[in-house]
Design a protein around this ligand. Structure first.
Ligand code: SF4
Length: 135
């Protein structure tokens, strides 16, 4: 049991959903069929939730969605923000020291959404799914 010492989490973490569903219909994936097309959550609602959990002691927040880079792009979305603006707004919430996100789709990473102002994290992780080609 000695080897399991020192594994405690030291930073309060939380996940906040910003996009539901997915509109990509990759051939091997069930997500769009079971969760429906992309639907973005209003930015004000996201910032409000982050402010509440930040006030409660959370210091690191992960913004969640099947494809966070497609935030706000679906037809009929009422908000004006794109993903980079959501990142910037969440980054300004008092108490929040680190903002992460997952997952990203490379085809939707471009311009400001690939490098939002005020976000200093130099690393970017992108999924590279590999579907089975037979049984
Ligand atoms: S982008 Fe991801 S979630 Fe969407 S269909 Fe493709 S593999 Fe599935």
């Amino acid at each position: 049991m000695e080897s399991f010492r020192g594994c405690a989490w030291l930073v309060p973490l939380a996940g906040v959903q910003i996009v539901a569903g997915c509109s990509n219909f990759c051939s091997y994936c069930i997500v769009p069929h079971v969760r429906g097309p992309e639907a973005s959550r209003p930015a004000a609602s996201i910032v409000e939730e982050v402010a509440v959990i930040g006030g409660g002691g959370v210091r690191e927040v992960t913004l969640l969605g099947q494809n966070v880079n497609a935030y706000g792009r679906e037809p009929g979305f009422a908000g004006a923000e794109d993903f980079s603006e959501v990142l910037e707004r969440v980054n300004l919430v008092p108490g929040i020291e680190r903002v992460r996100f997952m997952t990203s789709h490379p085809k939707d990473m471009s311009g400001p959404s690939a490098r939002p102002a005020g976000v200093s994290e130099p690393r970017l992780r992108a999924p590279a799914p590999a579907g089975a080609v037979g049984e």
